[in-house]
Design a protein around this ligand. Sequence first.
Ligand code: SF4
Length: 327
Amino acid sequence: MCAEAEAAGAAPGYLFDPTVKCCSYVPALPNFLVGRILSDADPAAAAGRASVEARIGAGVGVTPIGLLPSAIFSRLYEGSAPEAFGRNRAFRCPHYLQESGTCGIWRNRNSLCTTWFCKHVRGQLGQAFWRMLLELLGRAEHELRQWCVLELQPGDEALKSLREWMLAKDELTAAALEERVERKVYQRIWGSWLGCEHEFYVRCAELVEGLTWAEVSAICGPELRLQARLTQSAYARLLSDEIPPVLEPGSIQVSRAAKGTLRVTTYSTHDPLDAPDVVLDLLGEFDGRPTGEVMDAIEAEYGAKPELELIRKLVDFRLLVEPDEPR
Ligand code: SF4
């Protein structure tokens, strides 16, 4: 995905800045992950731990539910052009280690960082699975971080202030514009844990550490269980090699033409395919007739049937789609 990859002969498409890669993003870290990072005594994790301590020391977005990006970052990130992703050094993650080009908090990165990939072995099918898993893990993070706060009881006034702060957290107040901490608000939301933020986060990690998945499910409620079911279905689809009974050509964008090959983009600008002309010619054969009938027609015309693996790849990357699928 980086400029060097193209120089080395890889098929790139959309390229990232090698000094940022896909880490042009400030992650929200739920309280229990912050605690895990702070208690990780491995010397190899020291730089990541220091980056989290620096965020806590700065105070902006430091709350009992975890570390949140500043209001300015959230606004700019939401408003930024899609092409800025992976190329914008101003948004480089505070946990990205520039010397090594790696993540300083890899073992405890959040659900979004855990499930995001620029390319997928099985194209859109892989992306659909990881997105579903993101919903599941994101829901668990959301519920568990609140459960930790309730367990550790900063006091009712603090809970009320925290709730109000969450509702208004992206407002561009004078303090937010200057990335300054409003001390009174900070004191209110931390309640009885004020001054013991490190200890609070470590306690959150200890609370979550011993939970079984059944206990997580019970804490997080039916929405999590629903999400778990959908994730299992997405995983079963990911493992299946079944060819749909009826297919037709999907929508493609051509980004580059070379002799005998077109570079096409389908489900993601990050994951283009170099498709030979002969393969693209086959797409038109899939005109809504049953797939077996189309395969026979191709054999009659070309003298051989395409391998099922090829058809599966065309389906995975949405060069072929089922007729009733949304485009
Ligand atoms: S937490 Fe790690 S993986 Fe996530 S954006 Fe930062 S450096 Fe990248």
